[in-house]
Write a protein that binds this ligand. Structure first.
Ligand code: ZN
Length: 417
């Protein structure tokens, strides 16, 4: 099979571009565009990425089309990219929109082939591949002139490694440093109390004696007493026909591809569940996602980038319009709060983003912020209509919209609590 070139995928790119042109005719929110990208644009290249040695330039081109479509205002107007593509493609738990960048997704897609290859009941095709390439499939880096099949499998194997735990038969297939066979992490990612350089290139077989048990002399040369105690608890099972991989227990319950993709990201460092606490619908949720990244073009935001002269809030407030201002100080939001008050509802205003996060982390009152979630969104919509000289909603109308949105939301706070 000859090496594939970018030109071999021109049809695919043409198809994707024509899809995007057709969608450009509709008026779509950011959430709507993100849904189309996730459900129709990126998956259209998934088959080729999984099975063929697609040049990286092709997956980068498709990512680029998706990126521009996400921020596009309409068919003829390109919008500003308020959030970089890397952040957009982070999982939701890590502060992203959860889109799968093809450049990142291709390795995990291919890990499925590598996993099939490692199964004892591998197909005839896999047996032939295994026989032909032997250990080169599991280790080493692809070389110039390697076949596309080997390249696809090798990339898959690289992404499979972090989610595998190896059971030892003779240790000949298991790298001491780069594969997981002790507890649930490979040595290369352990805290550095081990001399990793001394372990480079060693296989687990090198730590065993002639009878297939652990060689104490060898272990003492390489590891400290505590680690040796742990290693001695690992079973070497001569009844296994060969070293056997299993999926790490902490990754169980998902597809191999999903697991390999999740392993690309560290565990979330902070609780990103706040956005769920607001119980919004997709349109408002993507607005709040942008707010969380301070990626909303308030006048202060624009002024910092040299794009606005006037910084005061367009609702006539005598203070600069910033993200914090939109959450409590703004006269429009306060008037919405007064209107809601007449109907017996309290709008919880906050002085800053930090104060909001503190409030949301307090489970006793977090659900009351749903109203604020809708109110800030609708005030922002009315504000945009106003500065573009379109008909805009008054605070009373906004309050009615807030009430309507909140009552349609599955968990209206006054009913839930
Ligand atoms: Zn204001």
């Amino acid at each position: 099979m000859r090496k594939l070139r970018a030109a071999d995928f021109s049809d695919l790119l043409i198809r994707i571009r024509s899809k995007v042109r057709a969608w450009g005719n509709r008026h779509l929110s950011l959430a709507g565009r993100a849904t189309l990208i996730a459900s129709a644009l990126l998956p259209s290249a998934q088959f080729q990425l999984t099975h063929a040695d697609v040049p990286r330039s092709v997956s980068l081109s498709i990512d680029r089309i998706a990126r521009f479509f996400l921020w596009q205002k309409d068919r003829n107007t390109r919008g500003m990219h308020y959030v970089d593509w890397h952040t957009v493609c982070l999982p939701i738990s890590h502060g992203g929109l959860g889109l799968h960048s093809l450049d990142k997704w291709r390795g995990p897609l291919r890990s499925r082939h590598a996993w099939d290859l490692l199964q004892p009941s591998a197909s005839m095709f896999h047996s032939i591949i295994r026989h032909r390439y032997g250990d080169r499939l599991l280790r080493g880096t692809p070389r110039r002139g390697d076949s596309p099949v080997l390249r696809v499998l090798h990339e898959g194997m690289t992404h499979l490694d972090p989610i595998l735990h190896w059971r030892i038969a003779d240790g000949a297939s298991i790298s001491v440093l780069h594969q997981t066979w002790l507890l649930d992490l490979d040595f290369a990612r352990w805290p550095t109390f081990i001399d990793c350089c001394g372990l480079e290139g060693l296989m687990v077989a090198d730590l065993l004696d002639d009878h297939g048990g652990w060689s104490l002399d060898c272990l003492r040369q390489l590891f400290g007493a505590e680690l040796i105690t742990l290693i001695l608890q690992v079973t070497v099972d001569p009844n296994l026909q060969q070293d056997t991989p299993t999926l790490l227990p902490r990754f169980s319950g998902q597809t191999v591809t999903g697991l390999a993709y999740a392993a690309l990201f560290p565990p979330p460092s902070q609780d990103a569940g706040w956005i769920k606490t607001l119980r919004l619908r997709p349109r408002e949720r993507s607005f709040w996602w942008r707010l969380s990244l301070d990626a909303i073009p308030t006048r202060t935001w624009l002024a910092h980038r040299g794009m606005a002269i006037e910084t005061n809030c367009p609702w006539g407030c005598i203070t600069p319009e910033s993200r914090d201002h939109l959450l409590g100080e703004c006269s429009c939001l306060q008037a919405v709060g007064t209107a809601l008050q007449r109907w017996g509802l309290t709008l919880p205003l906050v002085s800053s983003w930090t104060a909001l996060m503190d409030g949301l982390s307090n489970s006793a009152c977090s659900s009351t912020f749903t109203l604020l979630g809708f109110a800030v969104y609708h005030c922002w919509q009315a504000r945009n209509a106003r500065i573009h000289l379109q008909e805009y909603a008054t605070p009373t109308i906004i309050a009615m919209r807030v009430l309507e949105s909140a009552s349609r939301s599955a968990t209206f706070p006054t009913q839930a609590n």
